[in-house]
Design a binder for this molecule. Structure first.
Ligand code: 6PG
Length: 248
């Protein structure tokens, strides 16, 4: 089904089917680009099943690993070895077994503070992109993966926090988190996250039904502000999909 703002919702029977659909979408976007590919990963628990699928032979053999670069949309400002570190989760789930080290782009959580880490990652993204300003005719990423927090946050852009209003910076420090883990964060901003061919949301589990009801009712939440300049797709499993969307 397609919402009136062109967002596409693809229901999935369960979490396993959702992850498989996400893998098909991702591999399809990668296959569509014969040049250098950039994927922006997300943290949290929702993408873990997808990441593990990408390391299986069926998907691993379809990905041109030497041409794919892996970035992260937000990070908890904790050491790279910390179990709460998003890129650590992605490395353990698939990157360490599949991707060349030089193609993995973590945020520098060993920087003095989140703002400095943000400045360094913004510089790295601009160097990779080859320009200081985003051009809507040339997206920064092929795919941006997303989850949705219980408060409607995306990446580390929390409701009513200043970072959600940022329109110039590509990456910002977020000194205080609104939900667990209550550690400072570093997050890409809406303009940088939106600079993609496809923004792919994975939302799974009955505990997401309440926030999805608010999102799909159009409440002004970060999850409703996040859009791609290309396609914005919501993969939602049956447990998370609000009642009034199940019958459609
Ligand atoms: C993070 C994520 C965050 C996540 C949501 C959903 O650093 O925590 O990037 O934005 O996507 O909080 O998390 P779950 O997938 O664990 O529900």
């Amino acid at each position: 089904m397609v919402l009136n703002d062109n967002r596409k919702i693809i229901p999935a029977a369960d979490a396993a089917t959702l992850a498989k659909t996400a893998a098909e979408c991702l591999v399809g976007r990668i296959a569509a680009n014969s040049g250098r590919i950039a994927i922006c990963l997300t943290g949290g628990s929702s993408p873990k099943r997808l990441y593990e699928l990408l390391a299986t032979d069926f998907y691993k053999n379809q990905i041109p690993w030497d041409r794919v670069h892996w970035f992260i949309g937000d990070e908890r400002f904790v050491p790279a070895t910390d179990s709460r570190n998003n890129m650590r989760m992605a490395r353990q789930a698939f990157l360490n077994r599949c991707a060349p080290l030089v193609n993995i782009h973590p945020m520098a959580t060993n920087a003095a503070n989140p703002d400095e880490a943000a400045l360094r990652y913004e510089a790295e993204l601009k160097s990779f992109y080859g320009a200081d300003n985003l051009d809507c005719a040339r997206p920064l990423f092929d795919v941006v993966l997303m989850g949705v927090g219980p408060d409607g946050h995306i990446a580390s852009l929390f409701p009513a926090y200043p970072a959600i209003e940022e329109t110039q910076r590509w990456v910002v420090g977020v000194p205080k988190a609104h939900v667990e883990p209550l550690v400072p964060r570093v997050s890409l901003t809406l303009p940088a996250l939106g600079s993609c061919h496809e923004m792919l949301f994975e939302v799974s589990g009955v505990d997401k039904c309440a926030i999805l009801t608010r999102v799909l009712a159009g409440e002004d939440l970060p999850a409703n502000r996040a859009h791609s300049i290309g396609d914005t797709t919501w993969l939602i499993d049956a447990a998370a999909l609000p009642e009034n969307f199940r019958a459609r």
